[in-house]
Design a protein around this ligand. Structure first.
Ligand code: SAM
Length: 224
């Protein structure tokens, strides 16, 4: 039986330790990993957690687990919301390249029960989840930063996230990410709910998908 407060304390200890040290030590082979700038900062993580709490969500999905820092903050938000059916789907085809540090930290934090992990490219997994009629309330994108891959992530997550749901995107300072997002804002009726200041490594944009998608014809196209 999970005691939510105990797990929250354990999880916060792990995320505070790792984000303040900036290091993770892999149990697999004792290698020491500098987690930044690959991982999101604690500042971004807290904003992500607060969106999960504000939207009262129970079901989340993230693209790009890596060191699991975003996942720790997502799980903190889910625990704070206290839904019995809380679930976080994490996707990363290269977790072994990170010596499983992300999965290790989630286990250390005591939240393995919340996690469904897929070691596969999101561009392959997301259509599969769609055909299985899975649905989510909030998505976080921090996977491949190539234009066509982020674009596919956005389009599929736009269908997997409930209408009016939240898609939180990292690395908006990169032109490929901003351009992919621009299509969704100009053509799909999504709205920009929050845009953080940019620095060299990170900037987040919080998007809300259309509550009622407008019908579009083949002539409806806004350049972006
Ligand atoms: C910037 S890191 C994510 C950092 C993570 N959010 C954190 O806070 O620790 C990007 C991750 O995306 C993963 N990735 C790369 N291509 C991917 C793809 N096609 N589908 C899903 N994940 C991908 C990488 O393996 C890497 O783990």
């Amino acid at each position: 039986m999970i005691n939510r407060d105990e797990v929250l304390t354990r999880l916060r200890n792990v995320s505070e330790r790792v984000t303040s040290d900036g290091k993770a030590v892999a149990s697999l082979d004792q290698t020491v990993h500098e987690i930044f700038p690959v991982a999101i900062t604690a500042t971004e993580g807290k904003v992500l957690r607060d969106w999960i709490v504000k939207e009262k969500v129970a079901t989340t999905i993230e693209i790009g687990l890596a060191y699991g820092i975003s996942a720790l903050f997502i799980c903190e938000g889910l625990l704070l919301n206290g839904h019995n059916d809380a679930r976080h789907v994490a996707v990363d085809p290269h977790q072994s390249g990170f010596k499983n540090c992300g999965l290790q930290l989630l286990e250390e934090a005591g939240v393995t029960d919340l996690i469904e992990f897929h070691a596969v490219e999101s561009q392959i997994l997301l259509p599969r989840l769609l055909s299985e009629e899975r649905r989510f309330e909030l998505a976080f994108i921090d996977g491949s930063h190539l234009f066509e891959r982020v674009f596919l992530d956005l389009i599929y997550l736009g269908r997997l996230v409930n209408p009016g749901g939240i898609i939180f995107v990292d690395d908006y300072q990169l032109p490929a990410i901003a351009r992919s997002v621009s299509f969704c804002l100009s053509n799909l009726g999504w709205t920009l709910e929050e845009l953080s200041p940019a620095d060299e490594h990170h900037q987040w944009a919080v998007l809300r998908t259309a509550r009622e998608p407008a019908p579009r014809t083949f002539r409806d196209f806004v350049d972006f």
